[in-house]
Design a binder for this molecule. Structure first.
Ligand code: ATP
Length: 196
C-alpha cells in the first residue's frame, strides 16, 4: 500500500489542503491520503487553536464523498504535542506500508526544527508542493543536502490560501465561499466558530 499522510491544524480545512492532498494522491499514485489533525502543532504553540473535536468534525465534512481521502484521530487521541515522527512510527508499527508525509513548502522549510527529522526520513518519504510565496525547490535547497533523496517534489498549481486568512474573513463577516466547502461553512456557522 502507498499511503499519504496530510498533517495539519485544519482550523478550518480549506481548498489549499484539498488541492495538496489530491495532487499528491494523483502524482504519487497513492491508494489513499489520510488527513491527520494535530492535537497541538509544536511549532504553533503561541496560537490558540479551535478545540480538536471541532477541527476533526470539519475534516470529516471536508473529505466526505471524496474518493481516496480518509481521516485519523490518532494525534488527537494521543493528546500533547503532535510530533510527526511519533505518528508515522506508530503507523509503521500498526499497519506497515509505504508512507509519504505530505507538506506545503512552508512546512518543508521548517523541517530541521521538527523532532528527529532524520529518523522520520527512515520511516517515510516526504512529498512537498508549492505554498505561495515559497516554492518547493527553494524550500528543498535550504535543507541539508542528504535529506533530498527522501523528498519528492510534486507539481501543483499555486493556491494562495491560508486558514489564518479564512478565520480573519469570518471575523470580518466576509464570504469564505470560494475556499471552504459548503458543509464546513455550515459547521462554522452552526457552532459559531471564529467569532470574537
Ligand atoms: P494557518 O493559516 O492557521 O497557519 P494553514 O492554512 O497553514 O493554517 P495547516 O492546517 O497548518 O493550514 O496546514 C497543513 C498543511 O497543509 C501544511 O503542510 C501546509 O503547508 C499545507 N497547506 C496549507 N495551505 C496550503 C496551500 N494553500 N497550498 C499548499 N499547501 C498548503
Amino acid at each position: 500500500m502507498r499511503i499519504g499522510i496530510l498533517g495539519g491544524t485544519f482550523d478550518p480545512p480549506h481548498l489549499g489542503h484539498m488541492a495538496l492532498a489530491e495532487t499528491a494522491r494523483q502524482n504519487l499514485n497513492l491508494d489513499e491520503v489520510i488527513w491527520m489533525p494535530a492535537f497541538q502543532n509544536p511549532l504553533k504553540t503561541k496560537i490558540k487553536s479551535t478545540p480538536a473535536k471541532h477541527r476533526l468534525e470539519m475534516v470529516k465534512l471536508a473529505i466526505a464523498d471524496k474518493p481516496g481521502m480518509a481521516f485519523s484521530d490518532s494525534e488527537i487521541s494521543r493528546r500533547g504535542s503532535s510530533y510527526t515522527v511519533d505518528t508515522i512510527s506508530e503507523l509503521q508499527h500498526v499497519s506497515p506500508a509505504e508512507y509519504w508525509f505530505i507538506v506545503g513548502a512552508d512546512s518543508l522549510r521548517s523541517m530541521t526544527e521538527w523532532k528527529q527529522p532524520e529518523r522520520l526520513l527512515k520511516l517515510c518519504r516526504i512529498a512537498a508542493a508549492v505554498r505561495p510565496p515559497i516554492n518547493s525547490v527553494e524550500a528543498l535547497l535550504l535543507l541539508p543536502p542528504h535529506y533530498r533523496e527522501d523528498i519528492d517534489l510534486i507539481e501543483m498549481k499555486p493556491l494562495d490560501i491560508s486558514a489564518t486568512e479564512i478565520r480573519t474573513k469570518v471575523i470580518k463577516g466576509q464570504s469564505i465561499g470560494p475556499w471552504v466547502s459548503k458543509s464546513v461553512i455550515k459547521y462554522i456557522e452552526d457552532n459559531k466558530l471564529y467569532r470574537i
